[in-house]
Design a protein around this ligand. Structure first.
Ligand code: IMP
Length: 186
């Protein structure tokens, strides 16, 4: 995986841009939660959001030091299309979210099906509030309306990898976001 031109069309966000997006999101979140951080739980959606969550958590510190919990949903698997069904690989087993303010940290919103179902699920489990913080927003591909409270960057409707985002478990470790060549996933 040395020559990125073999699998990437182009780089959309380099490491420097990613850093400034993180700082700007953290500044907004710190302001919004400064007086109610006791009830705040960050819910990180594995696996795609783990780089993003780690960077965001460090950027929130020391002013905000929320508990971070993880859930894992089934990914697209070998394909690149959303099924719209919420299937857990890892649930919030022993975490009591009742009466808590949740900040869901997600890598990317495409059709919006996953995040809107997850939001419903968390509210049904008794969360006081659910806000969504997403690194990338492919808003052109939206099939359901969903309120995204914090958006890192809007991007075109193309399949992207890197910074935690994968295709078939590959390319997560790239330190930037790149557009995957169509011939690789079609
Ligand atoms: P949605 O339900 O269509 O909004 O899909 C959201 C999920 O699909 C994300 O959490 C990702 O796991 C995955 N996904 C959507 N677009 C991409 C992409 O461009 N690259 C990698 N994963 C993606």
């Amino acid at each position: 995986m040395n020559d990125s031109s073999e699998y990437l069309d182009r780089i959309l966000l380099d490491a420097y841009s990613i850093g400034s997006i993180i700082r700007s999101l953290a500044a907004q979140i710190k302001l919004d939660y400064k007086d109610r951080q006791d009830d705040l739980i960050v819910i990180s959606v594995l696996k795609g959001a783990y780089f993003f969550t780690a960077d965001l958590q460090r950027a929130l510190s020391p002013e905000l030091d929320p508990v971070v919990e993880f859930i894992q949903l089934s990914s697209y698997g070998a394909g690149s299309k959303s099924s719209g069904e919420l299937k857990f690989k890892k649930e919030l087993e022993d975490v009591n979210i009742s009466g808590k303010d949740l900040l869901v940290v997600e890598d990317i919103v495409d059709t919006g099906l996953t995040i809107s179902k997850l939001r419903e699920y968390l509210l049904e489990k008794g969360a006081k509030s659910v806000r969504i913080c997403v690194f990338l927003d492919k808003s052109e591909a939206r099939m359901v309306e969903v309120k995204l409270d914090y958006v890192g960057s809007k991007i075109p409707s193309e399949f992207v990898v890197g910074y935690g985002l994968d295709y078939n478990e590959q390319y997560r470790n790239l330190p930037y976001i790149g557009v995957l060549k169509k011939e690789i996933y079609s």
